[in-house]
Design a protein. Structure first.
Length: 126
């Protein structure tokens, strides 16, 4: 395994904000997809499930994840999980009709990944 690249603290900060936003948006989107009686459960349960997957399945040594990997997975699997979580946030905004915010959110996700291309290359090689 090659050494993981360092991730700039500003990128880690942006990533954290994007992660929190994704979880909030997943909760909002889930609440809209179920009957009203289940909305609170969905609004709390869906982001809890996403967060549990996010912290559990990781690549050992990933600098954006503190290096810990409770359940080590290959880099491409981790990347798919990240795409799913960040993508679900964007899909939630689109389903609300918030197309402009979805574009801004998506652009920030892309900007983060462009700014961490060394990490992406490292992930794909793991």
């Amino acid at each position: 395994m090659t050494s993981p690249p360092r991730v700039h603290p500003a990128q880690l900060g942006l990533r954290f904000v994007l992660e929190v936003a994704a979880l909030v948006l997943i909760g909002r989107g889930a609440a809209r997809q179920v009957p009203e009686a289940w909305a609170t459960f969905a609004a709390l349960g869906a982001p809890a499930l996403a967060a549990a997957l996010w912290v559990t399945f990781a690549v050992r040594g990933d600098p954006s994840r503190s290096g810990r990997a409770p359940v080590p997975v290959p880099g491409p699997v981790r990347l798919l999980l990240e795409v799913a979580v960040f993508g679900a946030g964007a899909v939630s905004l689109v389903s609300e009709g918030q197309h402009g915010l979805a574009v801004v959110y998506g652009a920030l996700v892309v900007a983060h990944h462009v700014g961490t291309t060394a990490r992406l290359r490292w992930l794909l090689a793991q």
